[in-house]
Design a protein around this ligand. Structure first.
Ligand code: C5P
Length: 400
């Protein structure tokens, strides 16, 4: 995954203990293909050395508005021309105040004022500084000026206090910066996604389930949110963290998933059913652990009942969301997928071969719609999810 291939990012550091996280941030950006020009304020150099930032970025670090190296002696202008974004992380309360008032008394603040590219800030400060009405006023002004604020996060602070004001973690900042560059093809849309397996109890310690890591559904939730949608993810048990900015509702069984999905579906523009929902549940599940020798021959007599078909029910809702289904098949993908698309009454069904995709990080999707089959190139699950979001957005009818 090279989210920042051919991208040049100006990374500004201002004075704050979170500067130590910026070393990791540079590394994570470079790892995904970015060229990173680091600019540090004098206060930032008190917390981390320019040598560290130079070694990690592999490029010269800029400290001084009077740096004579640019031929025209205009480092404050040269550095942002051709840059894809400026990210200031950490952004101190003082730096935000300066920006809000258009002040330009050092290289970084001058670069920000003279920029011709987007500016993103990752505020980092003590919780009282963040909560101070002056900082809040400045934050509101900066947002109004079109500057993007990432975080701050809440939690333990270096000063020993707990609250809002921590800098977002480097990996989360990278995720947010990558999201910033994605086209906003689902802006303002409400998207509901199911993901993962369901687990149907046999007794309190045994379940009937499907093999599903949840990776495809979670990647789609991330991709839809990156595209500007408001995303709710109804998830069966997985080992994955909720994607940033996505509301996750945890469920165990198909009937719980059904109960969570139906009221939300009516308020959604788009429903994407990725979950590997168990087709049956055990209708005589035991309230106590079934002992191995409790039944003749050691075999318990399980009785099954059919689970609700969540996708088919949502697709049948009058005025309901536009629906996308998934089908993981082990053979005859095209025939099974097209049959499923018609049976469920949906416009788009995404097929893949179960043996290729389970637990894997890569996937090869085939779209089935009224026009036929459209294979997408094999890709990692996030790239495939972004491509799928673009395909869905191109087919999605106008706002309801
Ligand atoms: O019915 P089948 O499992 O073959 O279809 C798969 C598609 O239907 C997937 O999109 C899956 O999430 C959805 N589904 C559902 N509720 C079920 C079974 C499948 O929403 N009970």
């Amino acid at each position: 995954m090279q989210d920042f291939a051919n991208k040049r990012i100006v990374l500004g550091l201002t004075g704050g203990i979170a500067c130590y996280k910026s070393a990791e941030l540079v590394r994570r950006l470079v790892e995904h293909g970015a060229a990173v020009d680091v600019v540090m304020t004098e206060a930032a150099t008190r917390f981390i050395t320019p040598v560290t930032m130079q070694a990690l970025s592999g490029r010269h670090v800029w400290l001084d508005a009077w740096d004579a190296r640019p031929a025209n002696n205009m480092a404050h202008i040269d550095l942002t021309r051709g840059a894809d974004a400026i990210l200031v992380a950490p952004a101190s309360a003082d730096f935000m105040a300066k920006l809000a008032h258009g002040m330009a008394d050092d290289l970084l603040s001058t670069l920000c004022l003279a920029r011709a590219c987007p500016l993103l800030l990752a505020p980092a400060m003590n919780r009282e500084m963040w909560g101070n009405p002056a900082t809040q006023r400045n934050a509101a002004q900066l947002r109004q000026d079109g500057i993007v604020l990432l975080g701050p996060a809440a939690g333990d602070q270096a000063c020993g206090e707990v609250g809002d004001g921590r800098m977002m973690e480097p990996l989360d900042l990278r995720t947010e910066l990558a999201a910033y560059f994605q086209p906003k093809v689902l802006a303002g849309r409400r998207v509901l996604i199911t993901a993962g397996p369901t687990c149907e109890p046999i007794d309190p310690v045994r379940v009937l389930s499907n093999r599903s890591s949840g990776k495809t559904g979670y990647a789609l939730a991330r991709a839809a949110r990156e595209a500007g949608a408001q995303v709710t993810l109804v998830s069966g048990p997985t080992a994955l963290p909720a994607p940033l900015g996505v509301r996750r509702i945890d469920v165990q069984t198909a009937r719980q998933m059904h109960a969570a999905v139906m009221p939300l579906a009516a308020q959604s523009d788009l429903f994407i059913a990725v979950a590997a929902v168990a087709d049956w549940h055990v209708s005589n599940a035991s309230g106590q652990k079934v002992k191995k020798n409790a039944h003749p021959g050691g075999l318990p007599a399980l009785e099954f009942a059919v689970n609700p078909d969540i996708l088919a029910e949502v697709a049948a809702l009058p005025g309901g969301p536009w629906c996308v289904g998934f089908a993981a098949e082990t053979e005859n993908l095209a025939a099974h997928a097209e049959d499923k698309r018609r049976r469920k009454g949906i416009a788009l069904l995404v097929g893949n071969l179960a043996q290729d995709v389970m637990d894997a990080d890569d996937t090869a999707l085939v779209l089935f719609d009224a026009q036929g089959a459209h294979p997408l190139p094999p890709a990692d699950k996030l790239s495939a999810a972004r491509r799928l979001v673009a395909e869905i957005a191109a087919r999605l009818p106008g706002r309801r």
